[in-house]
Design a protein around this ligand. Structure first.
Ligand code: MV4
Length: 454
């Protein structure tokens, strides 16, 4: 087992990793930027090392800085959390070359999944159902149009290096295609330094459902069921829940087994998420895989009773998965609302001092946060300030607990997304489970039409 772990992250996930380490008897080392001097991850770690100025490119993303801190503190391993360096195959390689264990999948798996075309082709090879689409980068314009005609409209152009929605264009007919391709390529180049794009058939009114997997270095792999993540806005998830209302035990077993077999086939280890689009006939289509612990992992922890961070650290330390598929049970219902420091309806960031802070508790409520009263939310990073995770025996009870928790969550001094969450939670369509990826944007648009202009 590791003696000492460096946590290359900040905010609530740095605390979540730290809690798992403490419970395993592992010493922790925090790294922090000049803007995070008063952050809780700095206060709660056994050691803390400043690695640079506020801008994340100068601190949390600075590989030589993070590695130097790891060398100075003499750690055995680095946990990257999510975001920042968590999906950098290069960083994972640098860690290994320095004799530091990267707590995540093998660098080769990160690199494979980071290239969305390669990931698609590999999933076709191992037999996972996938959206119809192109198997090569669309470099030649005439050839690209031919491929588009073959796949048919509507289609969606995505960036090979993308994920999370950047550089995407929906195309509804032949005449729109050339301009959309040029725009997608330019956007992809700007965002990723790589203009590579590919095409998929566009799935209308899709749900976004993902499967959590856990695998070790001995070829053991299990799935921990699905999370429904259709409530998103600008490709940012707002609410996640498990189980999905469309899921049956039969369907979960079938898709879960397919994912597990794919994971074993590609030699994946550690935690991972396989994202699917699900059409109106409940057909699953793989779209991409995430090779990190995700923001919404807590929803799965609650319904399975499995500590994903603990399991992740154990398998990285060379142990076998501490669970068998047959032992995994799905109990009750869980839902997470991401509370961000931003204007709930314009989406504008709202950094600043939290003047008043009282997080909810009580039956079935878990709060993952690194904020506190008088804390100053810095403007430099992601605006997530708390995750409210509700648990109940069924969806109805979970919804009631979530609503109660959000209505008694006192946060003053900054704007938060709580009013938007309440709008969703009290919506009849949402309460009926009738959701798809377009739901939130439609709701916000409908609302902006009835509210008088200011
Ligand atoms: C899609 C899709 C429909 N068909 N792919 C992928 C990343 C995720 N954040 C959004 N993604 C989508 N991929 C196929 N083949 C629909 C979405 C999608 C979406 C697309 C355009 C505009 C808004 C969207 C909101 C959610 C999902």
């Amino acid at each position: 087992m590791f003696r000492k772990v460096l946590i290359a992250n900040r905010g609530e996930i740095a605390l979540r990793v730290m809690f798992a380490c403490k419970e395993l008897g592992i010493e922790t080392v925090a790294v922090f930027s000049e803007a995070d001097r008063h952050a809780l991850h700095v206060r709660f770690a056994d050691e803390a090392i400043c690695i640079g100025p506020a801008r994340s490119t100068d601190s949390y993303l600075n590989i030589p800085g993070v590695i130097s801190a790891a060398e100075i503190a003499n750690v055995d391993a680095i946990h990257p959390g999510y975001g920042f360096l968590s999906e950098s195959a290069y960083f994972a390689e640098v860690c290994e070359e320095c004799g530091i264990k990267f707590i995540g999948p093998p660098a080769a798996s990160i690199r494979l999944m980071g290239d969305k075309i390669q990931a698609r082709n590999e999933m076709i090879r191992v037999g996972l159902p996938i959206t119809p689409g192109s198997s090569d980068s669309l470099d030649d314009r005439d050839q690209a149009l031919e491929v588009a005609e073959e796949i048919g409209y509507p289609l969606i152009i995505k960036a090979t290096a993308g994920g999370g929605g950047r550089g995407m264009r929906v195309v509804r007919g032949r005449d729109e295609f050339p301009a959309a391709l040029d725009a997608a390529k330019a956007e992809a180049f700007g965002a990723f330094g790589d203009s590579g794009c590919y095409i998929e058939k566009f799935i209308e009114n899709a749900r976004h459902i993902e499967f959590q997997v856990l695998a070790d270095d001995f070829g053991n792999a299990i799935h921990l069921g699905e999370r429904e993540c259709s409530i998103q806005r600008r490709h940012q998830k707002l609410i996640e829940e498990a189980p999905s209302v469309i899921m049956t035990d039969e369907l979960r077993r079938r898709v879960g087994d397919e994912v597990v077999s794919a994971v074993q086939n590609i030699g994946y280890s550690n935690v991972g998420t396989f994202e699917f689009l699900v059409d109106e006939s409940n057909h699953f289509y793989f779209i991409e895989a995430n090779t990190r612990i995700q923001v919404e992992h807590g929803v799965t922890e609650i319904i399975t009773g499995i500590d994903l961070l603990r399991a992740q650290i154990l398998v990285a330390a060379g142990e076998e998965i501490p669970h068998h598929q047959g032992d995994v049970q799905f109990r009750g219902h869980a839902m997470e609302c991401r509370v961000n420091a931003e204007d709930p309806f314009t989406h504008r960031p709202s950094p600043g001092k939290i003047t008043s802070w009282h997080p909810p508790g009580g039956p079935g409520i878990r709060i993952d946060t690194a904020a506190y009263a008088e804390y100053e939310v810095p403007p430099y990073y992601d605006s997530l300030i708390a995750k409210v995770i509700a648990h109940g025996t069924n969806r109805e009870e979970t919804l009631r607990r979530m609503e109660r928790a959000l209505r008694t969550f006192i946060i003053e001094g900054i704007k938060t997304t709580i009013p938007l969450h309440l709008e969703v939670l009290t919506n009849d369509q949402f309460r009926a489970g009738d959701i798809s990826t377009g739901f939130l944007e439609d709701l916000i648009e409908a609302k902006s039409r009835v509210v008088e202009p200011v």
